[in-house]
Write a protein that binds this ligand. Structure first.
Ligand SMILES: [Fe+2]
Length: 105
C-alpha cells in the first residue's frame, strides 16, 4: 500500500521514492525493504520480459534480504491475485494515521 506511494510520479524509481518519503517515520529495516522491493519484486516477472529474476541475489548476505523476500512473497506479489482477500481502506486508516503521526526522525 504505502510502499508504492509515488508510483505515478516516479514509475522507474518508485521504491526509492517511497523509501525517502517514509524514512522519517519508520525503522531503518522497513526503509531498506521498501527501497529494494522493486528489485526483489522483479523475481516474479523479470524473466518474462528479458530481465534477470535473480538480480536480488546480490543482496543475499545483507541483513534485510529475508525480510524483503518475505514482503514481496507474502504481500506485494500476493496483492496481484484478484481473489486475494482484501480489507477496506477504512481498516488501514488508523494504522496509516498512527505511522504518520509519529515524530519524524
Ligand atoms: Fe512497488
Amino acid at each position: 500500500m504505502v510502499h508504492d506511494i509515488g508510483d505515478e510520479l516516479a514509475p522507474f524509481s518508485h521504491s526509492e521514492f517511497a523509501a525517502t518519503l517514509l524514512k522519517p517515520f519508520v525503522s531503518e529495516e522497513i526503509v531498506l525493504v521498501i527501497e529494494k522491493h522493486g528489485l526483489f519484486q522483479a523475481y516474479y516477472y523479470a524473466h518474462h520480459v528479458g530481465g534477470d529474476r535473480h538480480a536480488r541475489d546480490k543482496y543475499k548476505d545483507h541483513p534485510f534480504y529475508d525480510q524483503c523476500v518475505h514482503f514481496c512473497e507474502a504481500w506485494d506479489q500476493a496483492s496481484f491475485d484478484p481473489n486475494y482477500p482484501t480489507r477496506s481502506l477504512n481498516y488501514f486508516e488508523p494504522m496509516v494515521r498512527e505511522v504518520f503521526s509519529r515524530r519524524a526522525h
